[in-house]
Design a protein around this ligand. Structure first.
Ligand code: PLP
Length: 438
């Protein structure tokens, strides 16, 4: 095992050993420092080692670190469920805790199915999703994921769920602010429901603002509302996957609130726990949960659901976001970041698009801006640029998104505590990395 590690994360690439993390920075054991320009994988919304969260966790540790949900309710899980229900759109008042995003998505798919059975619609089982999209790596969540590198090897082990194209207006040369664009993509959902047979369609799952797989894809005008109408017309449940877009970095607890759309269920994780503890949740309409309890059952649950330490951390994270004004800061800093990224387009002809909302911003590389053709695969922009930034002391998040369905996009999503000076630092480091790549 010389020079090897016992850790198995599916790659032979080694990374420096983390020594400490504070605010927007991470240090390794050799004293090198990185600006966490992607909050890990869009996780650490409030930054690292926030003293208020650490204190809340210490206090909870003195009380209990585990209570099995079928034996005890706990104060932190009750309070966090209340808090999430208050933050969620009206009518979404039931919270099912998980340890992460994939588990939250699994829970949503299965609750939707349990609901269909409870109302005597057992023929509904298909969950339509988009391509590209990422909803998690467990087999159920993967079945609604549209990202071939992760789904293809496991295809024989999954139910094939129907996919419709994500509204990549820029790539298709359509104006984002034209309601005709929103209608064009939303109507693909209706067409697919009709093709599948409406009586067989259970749900539609969508990220209000796309995360990893689409690179901060913002929906075109009218899209979100029309999707809601179409789902209503055919009795299809609407699931907003807010694992990345929720938690405040888009200026609201839930990104869907920007369009005033009320889904039937919301899945959350990442920013809500901010990486302090594994935490996720499914937030469902009361009416759905009640119907399932009245007429059916929901034979589903994770051992660590509602872990009191994780919930205590989650409550403190929500306090910090509210009390420190981090949502307004995310919008203000997000605008600056977006403007600075757009300015880089003057300097580098191979940046084809800059998009995003709040502190979820992305840029996409192309070989030709007019045709939006992707960079040649041989350039391996994914590795090259991420590594160049890493060498410069900046962490950005990228998706190896070749395969004809997307270009190479890079997400810049620093913690919501980020300052103007740190935005400057991100841009300086990124510029040096892009110069090396150019
Ligand atoms: N849903 C979305 C939108 C995600 O971005 C992710 C992870 O990136 C997941 C679900 C899965 O979350 P987890 O990795 O915590 O299982």
């Amino acid at each position: 095992m010389d020079g090897q590690t016992r850790l198995f994360y599916g790659t032979r690439r080694r990374r420096p050993k983390l020594a400490r993390a504070e605010g927007a920075y991470i240090w390794d054991v050799d004293g090198r420092r990185w600006l966490d320009g992607s909050s890990g994988a869009m996780v650490c919304n409030i930054g690292h080692s926030n003293p208020r969260v650490l204190d809340a966790m210490r206090a909870q540790m003195e009380i209990a670190t585990f209570g099995y949900r079928l034996h005890f309710e706990t104060e932190p899980s009750e309070r966090l469920a209340d808090r999430l229900a208050q933050a969620a759109p009206d009518g979404l008042g039931r919270v099912f805790f998980t340890s992460g995003g994939s588990e939250a998505v699994e829970s949503a798919l299965k609750l939707a199915r349990s609901h269909a059975l409870a109302v005597g619609q057992g023929q509904r089982w298909k969950v339509i999703s988009r391509f590209p999209a990422y909803h998690g790596c467990t087999l159920g969540a993967l079945s609604v994921t549209g990202y071939a590198p992760m789904t293809a090897p496991y295809a024989p082990m999954m139910v094939q769920m129907p996919k419709i194209p994500a509204p990549r207006a820029w790539l298709d040369g359509r104006p984002l602010d034209d309601p005709a664009t929103g209608q064009h993509y939303a109507d693909m959902l209706e067409a697919r429901i009709l093709e599948e047979g409406p009586e067989t369609v259970l749900a539609f799952i969508v990220e209000p603002v796309g995360g990893a797989s689409t690179g901060a894809l913002v929906p075109p005008a009218g899209y979100m509302a029309r999707i809601r109408d179409i789902c209503d017309r055919y009795g299809v449940l609407l699931i907003h996957d807010e694992v990345i877009s929720g938690g405040g970095r888009l200026g609201r607890w839930f990104a869907g609130d920007h369009w005033g759309v009320v889904p039937d269920m919301i899945t959350i994780s990442k920013g809500f726990g901010s990486g302090y503890m594994p935490l996720g949740a499914l937030i469902a309409k009361d009416s759905i949960a009640e119907t399932v309890l009245d007429h059916g059952s929901y034979p589903h649950g994770f051992t660590y659901a509602g872990n009191p330490l994780a919930c205590a951390a989650g409550l403190a994270v929500m306090d910090v976001i509210e009390d420190d004004g981090l949502m307004p800061n995310a919008m203000a800093m997000g605008e600056q970041l977006a403007a600075r990224l757009r300015a880089l387009m003057q300097r580098y002809g191979f940046i084809g698009d800059v998009r995003g909302m709040g502190l979820l911003q992305a840029f996409e590389l192309v070989s030709d801006r007019d045709s939006r053709a992707p960079l040649p695969a041989a350039l391996n922009a994914y590795d090259t640029l991420v590594e160049a930034a890493y060498d410069e002391g900046l962490i950005i998040y990228a998706r190896r998104s070749r395969g004809g369905h997307s270009g190479d996009h890079f997400i810049v999503a620093p913690p919501m505590i980020v300052t103007e000076a740190q935005i400057d630092e991100i841009i300086e480091k990124l510029t040096r990395a892009l110069d090396r790549f150019a």
